[in-house]
Ligand binder design. Structure first.
Ligand SMILES: Cc1cc2nc3c(=O)[nH]c(=O)nc-3n(C[C@H](O)[C@H](O)[C@H](O)COP(=O)(O)OP(=O)(O)OC[C@H]3O[C@@H](n4cnc5c(N)ncnc54)[C@H](O)[C@@H]3O)c2cc1C
Length: 362
């Protein structure tokens, strides 16, 4: 019988989406050993996401909470990764938002007068200043500090790095195969101080953390190709259009809370193509290249889930980044890394201690 040798690692990370990847990267940078386990599926939230970062969102044009912390952390981390791997993951890009109603225009005027919003809002424009707008458009306003993360490029690059460093296994981790010991966790021939679940919306089926109030939302994004003139900037118009290279652009996204599989639907297709036709009739004959579907790991209070299981401290969670993973994960991965290695406290608003009362005792 073959000798069964145990390998010691500091942390087993379950899932190599943006959460598991950036946390794994930070832990390795701090000299910790990790084992990342992921089945390498083609469609996941992180591989579907457009990676947009947009500080002002929603009908009421609200500034994202903690944006002053999140944004510099994201810019810094994506910049460091670009230097390390000599590749460009983050793309600064101008963004405009088109007025959809009179109320939205009034809301913009209110926000524009607010000094807190000044770093993120620029000038108003009329329809005739943009060649791609029809004269029926009410115009819109420019947004600052926007852009997008090439999530697939970043995940593929990090996966290769983890593989080259012997800390990646392509596999679905069966939770029942974990054995909890007094101060460690065993999985197959690995012995780790902790297992950390970065398993996206699968958290809802994870008996360690299924008591956390996850609110997953499925969504679709299309990639299309056209020979017509495309905007040079990201355009928000209820949906959004993200111009890429060579006449390609991405169009998104849809939201469905009752349907959580990863199959494209006719309903989403109609929704996206109708909105394109309405806002950009000149692009309605664009050729569809790819449909992508994913499930956003949203949470009830819109704050992520960070921390260790109340009754089993060797089991932790780093999840719940909803629709803003590209913006939020860089800052939270730093905080979580400090918590794991230096026992620094987590921010109350993200610590799963806020739900301890909901955790079953057995
Ligand atoms: C349509 C859509 C559009 C989006 N647009 C944007 C956007 O523009 N900007 C933005 O910032 N965010 C966007 N998001 C949200 C973003 O995708 C998420 O916030 C982020 O990707 C979450 O990353 P994650 O690693 O937590 O989850 P995931 O990407 O879901 O990763 C979880 C990983 O865990 C793996 N896994 C699960 N269970 C196991 C197991 N038992 N064993 C091993 N591996 C396991 C999965 O296979 C997966 O690889 C969008 C999401 C969708 C669906």
């Amino acid at each position: 019988m073959a000798e069964y040798q145990t390998s010691n690692v500091d942390f087993i990370i379950v899932g190599q989406g943006l959460a598991g990847s950036l946390l794994g990267w930070r832990l390795l940078q701090q000299g910790r050993s990790v084992l990342i386990v992921d089945p390498c599926l083609e469609q996941t939230a992180s591989r579907t996401a457009a990676g947009l970062i947009n500080p002002i969102t929603g009908k009421r044009l609200v500034k994202t909470q903690h944006i002053e912390e999140y944004l510099p952390a994201a810019t810094k981390l994506y910049g460091e990764l670009s230097v390390f791997f000599s590749d460009q993951f983050w793309n600064d890009m101008e963004q405009v938002r088109l007025f959809q109603s009179k109320a939205e225009c009034e809301q913009w005027q209110k926000r524009q007068a607010d000094p807190d919003y000044k770093p993120y809002l620029a000038d108003q424009f009329s329809a005739n200043s943009k060649a791609y707008l029809s004269n029926k458009s009410s115009g819109g306003f420019e947004q600052k500090q926007c852009g997008y993360l090439d999530t697939v490029l970043l995940l593929d690059t990090l996966r290769e790095y983890f593989q080259d460093n012997g800390c990646f296994i392509k596999q679905h981790l069966n939770i029942d195969e974990l054995t909890m010991l007094e101060s460690s966790v065993q999985w197959k021939n690995y012995d780790a101080k902790k297992v950390i679940f970065c398993d996206g919306f699968n958290l809802q089926n994870n008996h360690w953390f299924s008591w956390l109030p996850l609110q997953p939302a499925q969504g679709e994004i299309f990639t299309l190709q056209t020979k017509k003139l495309l905007p040079k900037e990201i355009v928000q118009f209820g949906k959004w259009l993200l111009p890429l290279k060579n006449g390609q652009f991405r169009l998104g996204s849809t939201w469905q809370w009752d349907l959580l599989d990863e199959q494209p639907t006719e309903k989403s297709s109609l929704e996206l193509m109708q909105s394109l036709k309405q806002q950009f009739p000149q692009l309605s004959d664009a050729r569809l290249i790819e449909k992508k579907v994913g499930v956003r790991p949203g949470t009830r209070d819109k704050m992520p889930f960070l921390g260790s299981h109340p009754y089993c401290p060797n089991v932790s969670v780093f999840n719940g980044f909803g629709s803003k993973g590209a913006l939020m994960i860089p800052w939270y991965s730093d905080r979580f890394c400090q918590y794991l290695i230096n026992l620094q406290v987590l921010p109350d608003f993200a610590d799963i201690k806020r739900y301890t009362n909901d955790c079953p005792t057995r």
